[in-house]
Design a protein around this ligand. Structure first.
Ligand SMILES: [Zn+2]
Ligand SMILES: [Zn+2]
Length: 121
């Protein structure tokens, strides 16, 4: 079976594409990675979130003060998708851990049987 020359690194490979598997993966990853601008968070938000994080100084949920693998992030109390604004009274600081577990619409993956009271709002 004839090998093909990768268009990127020129190494011979026998994969189906015109690039070797390594270069294909690298290109896919670069393409799929969303930029902050694409997600609707531009330079203004970057600046604002930095101010919010500095003002709170810690996660309002667990009190974590931010670390390299769990940095603080600014978050909307009312999500912008539900009409929330960038006003200061709608912004809090959460560590990334709390922010990612908060989830606005995802179902609970592990319902806790010990905490099964049904609140109607
Ligand atoms: Zn390659
Ligand atoms: Zn936290």
């Amino acid at each position: 079976m004839p090998k093909r020359e990768c268009l990127t690194c020129r190494h011979l490979h026998d994969g189906p594409g015109s690039r070797c598997p390594t270069c294909t993966t690298t290109r896919e990853r670069a393409r799929l990675r969303p930029t902050t601008t694409q997600r609707g968070y531009g330079a203004a938000w970057q600046r604002l979130s930095a101010q919010v994080i500095a003002w709170f100084g810690r996660c309002v949920d667990c009190g974590h003060q931010g670390s390299e693998d769990n940095p603080l992030t600014a978050d909307h109390i009312v999500p912008k998708s539900r009409g929330g604004t960038d006003a200061w009274d709608n912004l809090i600081a959460l560590c990334r851990n709390c922010n990612s577990t908060k989830g606005t619409s995802l179902p609970e993956p592990h319902p806790d049987p010990q905490n099964s009271h049904t609140g109607m709002g």
